[in-house]
Design a binder for this molecule. Structure first.
Ligand SMILES: [Zn+2]
Length: 263
């Protein structure tokens, strides 16, 4: 039998006041859709339930608003990585009905060539089956409609062990490509894969030299409240994938414990 503490932990979410939560999602597809992939997709019905659960606890704002707001309320911001087409075709209407703004971190190669290689650890997407990524005109249109666009590296390579020239190509070249396409500055960079082993000091330095002011990882923590001004600070984002409401509840409570313990 579960202890009282365990029951409370499983059913009640503790969210620290003034918590800042950045979520990262990928693709919104049902298993019957050609765009569906196990590693990236969240079915639309589940995505709606996740948002309903989170909207009870957080006010959703844009990414820049979350990073500058002094609000004492818990805030959340939604981001998507890799620039999947379904962000426009499936997610955008769900999010606009809920008044949730969002940002997309894009790879130039996906936009321009409609393919990415995720490496041997991940199940490859079948690019002959359908188009998976936003193209240039779709990305421009989303940007014109107020969607924030950030960089996610040119080809989605893990950057942790790349040398100086490759880092420049992945980081500076993608920034330049997106800025030329959109006609505006791109200053946010999200590390592909986003775990500590995919990030290096050299990569952080190249990001800064290229002119990025905010760098994002993929780690399950709230955003620290006082260290954002340093460009070398990696801002954590929490993955939103196949979690049920109960899973998200446990995740929020784990993060709250980390926050209270200061780890
Ligand atoms: Zn990615």
């Amino acid at each position: 039998m579960k202890s009282l503490f365990r029951k409370l932990f499983d059913t009640h979410s503790y969210v620290p006041s003034s918590a800042r939560l950045i979520l990262v999602s990928h693709d919104i597809s049902s298993p019957s859709d050609a765009t569906y992939s196990k590693g990236n997709s969240t079915p639309p019905e589940l995505f709606e339930r996740q948002l309903s659960f989170l909207q009870e606890k957080f006010q959703f704002v844009s990414l820049p608003e979350l990073l500058r707001s002094e609000s004492p309320e818990p805030l959340a911001a939604l981001t998507f990585d890799d620039g999947f087409l379904t962000v426009k075709t499936r997610a955008a209407s769900i999010l606009s009905a809920r008044l949730i703004p969002f940002s997309i971190f894009c790879n130039g190669k996906a936009v321009a060539e409609q393919r990415l290689d995720y490496g041997s650890e991940y199940e490859p997407l079948d690019f002959s089956r359908t188009r998976f990524y936003l193209n240039e005109s779709e990305l421009k249109e989303l940007h014109k409609n107020g969607v924030g666009i950030g960089s996610h590296g040119l080809t989605h390579q893990p950057l942790g062990s790349l040398g100086a020239e490759s880092l420049k190509q992945e980081i500076a070249e993608n920034k330049r490509y997106l800025e030329n396409l959109l006609g505006s500055a791109v200053t946010n960079f999200a590390f592909p894969f986003g775990k500590p082993r995919h990030i290096s000091e050299a990569a952080i330095r190249v990001c800064q030299e290229a002119g990025h002011s905010r760098l994002f990882s993929a780690l399950p923590s709230y955003v620290p409240r006082n260290k954002l001004e340093l460009p070398e600070t990696l801002i954590p984002r929490v993955s939103l994938h196949m979690q049920s409401e109960a899973d998200l509840n446990v995740l929020l409570n784990r993060m709250a414990i980390k926050e209270v313990a200061g780890i």
